[in-house]
Write a protein that binds this ligand. Structure first.
Ligand code: FMN
Length: 152
């Protein structure tokens, strides 16, 4: 679908907006709107797909879902996002949190000797990866082998 939209000439794609997910109240048997803010785990879905699409389509890629920290921003840029978006994190921490993220991002880049965002962009995409199969479903099997039951 991303390829088809790209061929039609869209300038950018946002991956992925979170769907509206109402809940059911079992006492009143009513469907209730219920906003649930995202967790950092939500990052994985857009991260994987941006990694796969980077360098394969012309459209810019915007990352949304689960971007909560400057590290999340770095990851998204590295897999190939042109821009990252925050919603839940700003609802939790307030609008000034964008400044904290930017300061952390600058600090991280200095510590890791990156001079520009462009330098990072796409460096970890599937196309540029030394091990491109890491982004593919076959890795599920390997991931399951490395799974350890969490101890409380
Ligand atoms: C309270 C709230 C309202 C939202 N309203 C819209 C909306 O009107 N249109 C839309 O496309 N996405 C809307 N979203 C989805 C966000 O744009 C975003 O894709 C989603 O929250 C995932 O990002 P996050 O993990 O940073 O929250 C809304 C999200 C929240 C939490």
């Amino acid at each position: 679908m991303a390829k088809r939209l790209d061929e039609e000439g869209v300038d950018g794609l946002v991956l992925f907006n979170r769907f509206y997910q109402p809940d059911i109240n079992l006492d009143s048997l009513e469907v209730r709107p219920n906003v649930i803010l995202s967790t950092p785990q939500a990052l994985r879905l857009p991260m994987r797909w941006i990694a796969i699409l980077h360098g394969r389509i012309k459209a810019d890629l915007a990352a949304t879902s689960g971007v909560h920290t400057s590290h999340d921003v770095v990851k998204m840029l590295m897999v190939g996002a042109n821009v990252t978006m925050l919603c839940s994190a700003l609802l939790r921490h307030g609008i000034d949190y964008t400044r904290a993220i930017e300061e952390d991002l600058r600090r991280w880049m200095t510590e890791h000797e990156y001079e520009s965002v462009r330098q990072m962009q796409g460096s970890m995409s599937q196309k540029n990866s030394s091990n491109p199969t890491e982004f593919e479903r076959a890795q599920y099997m390997r991931a399951l082998h490395s799974y350890k039951r969490e101890t409380i």
